[in-house]
Design a protein around this ligand. Structure first.
Ligand SMILES: [Mn+2]
Length: 386
């Protein structure tokens, strides 16, 4: 059994102010090429199909084109899709029953009523059946309707995922694959994150990988950097494209998973991807940067850090003559570093009450009243006491 593991397409995404639709079309075409070449049994997409819950017409038609071209390829390839936190579960579920007949299996929503279960797709190879369980992005609140009389429902993300998987009564004598879009963490490991991901603050959404251990492979989405979680068979494939400057150093590749007989560990092969435009960071003095610009990569998305001690004359205009897609221009010299230090010094001096007052004024557009200030002082005293 061979399948492609994709996730986080984020179709319709913008990088700074540039639309990435051309880049996405280009990279999805490369995926189609790989499907023709490698003839996988399935293409799995582990959530975040679109960048927005209400995608643009342009984004929808690009994904439609991708699915149509996949469906035209012979021998037929199954397509397995779950929704991510960026997708609208209902919109993705639209027409999913009809699409199922085309071998396109979409799970938009997690079971929310008694009697509902995860969408399961069974594919067969020379070693027998493989059950793919499609677990869309979920929060503990989504599964309140599953509660049995007198049963306590899970409160944390970890408990909620465990709960949903345990009620499936998965046949562990068979080969099973899970597709999921959550923030999974292993034993004490902290996953690598980057700037294009969207998380809730405080890390309350993390899910322990314990319940995944029984699967031959878990195809994950959510994190945009490719990485395994504790074991090689629980894996984030990452995005097909670099979606932030913080990913400039990433290598994006197509993940191809192969399952042998039951009990044999799944293998993952990485195939190179060739973006239309790369995302790069360039650092140096303006004249050096202008002189060293090569002909071949002038259309890349670039983040420039200028180190000139003397502020150059209209750097943006000069750089635009050479580079067509400039994401940002930063200055890093003695002056900017000194300003940063001064800023840090100030921040250290300020007491918590002043910091909060400034914050409140910025967000609310008014100062704290005397009464509110009193409350705040009281709370701060209490915290200090503890
Ligand atoms: Mn994502």
């Amino acid at each position: 059994m061979k399948f492609f593991h994709l996730s986080d397409l984020h179709i319709g995404k913008q990088l700074h102010h540039y639309s990435l639709i051309e880049d996405q079309e280009h990279i999805l075409n490369e995926v189609i090429g790989y499907v023709k070449e490698l003839a996988p049994d399935a293409v799995v997409i582990a959530g975040d199909i679109y960048d927005k819950s209400v995608p643009s017409a342009e984004a929808v038609s690009l994904f439609d084109e991708f699915l149509t071209r996949l469906a035209d390829i012979q021998p037929s390839t199954a397509v397995l899709i779950i929704s991510g936190n960026h997708d609208s579960a209902q919109r993705l579920d639209y027409a999913s029953r009809i699409l199922g007949r085309q071998n396109i299996h979409i799970a938009g929503s997690v079971p929310s009523q008694k009697g509902e279960y995860l969408k399961k797709v069974t594919l067969t190879d020379e070693f027998g059946e493989v059950d793919f369980y499609l677990l869309p992005f979920m929060k503990p609140g989504y599964i309140r309707g599953l509660q049995e009389e007198g049963e306590e429902l899970p409160e944390t993300y970890s408990e909620a995922v465990r709960y949903v998987l345990e009620r499936e009564e998965i046949d562990t004598a068979k080969r099973n694959v899970l597709v999921s879009h959550q923030f999974y963490t292993g034993n004490g490991g902290v996953p690598d994150t980057c700037d294009s991901e969207l998380f809730s603050v405080g890390g309350i959404d993390n899910v322990e990988i314990g319940p995944l251990m029984g699967f031959e492979y878990t195809a994950l989405g959510h994190l945009h950097g490719a990485q395994q979680v504790q074991v090689p068979t629980i894996r984030y494939c990452g995005t097909l494209l670099k979606y932030s400057v913080s990913e400039a150093g990433h290598t994006k590749s197509l993940h191809v998973v192969e399952l042998g007989a039951k009990g044999k560990e799944a293998s993952v092969t990485l195939h190179p991807l060739h973006p239309l435009r790369d995302v790069r960071t360039i650092r140096g003095e303006l004249t050096d940067i202008l002189e060293s610009a090569g002909e071949e990569n002038r259309d890349d998305y670039i983040s420039v850090t200028l180190t000139d001690e003397k502020d150059p004359y209209r750097p943006k205009e000069q750089l635009e003559k050479v580079y067509s897609h400039i994401l940002e221009i930063r200055m890093d010299n003695t002056r900017t570093r000194k300003r940063l230090e001064e800023f840090n010094d100030e921040a250290e001096i300020a007491d918590p009450l002043t910091v909060f007052q400034d914050f409140f004024r910025e967000i609310q557009g008014r100062s704290l009243s005397r009464e509110e200030c009193g409350y705040l002082e009281h709370i701060l005293e209490q915290v200090k006491g503890e």
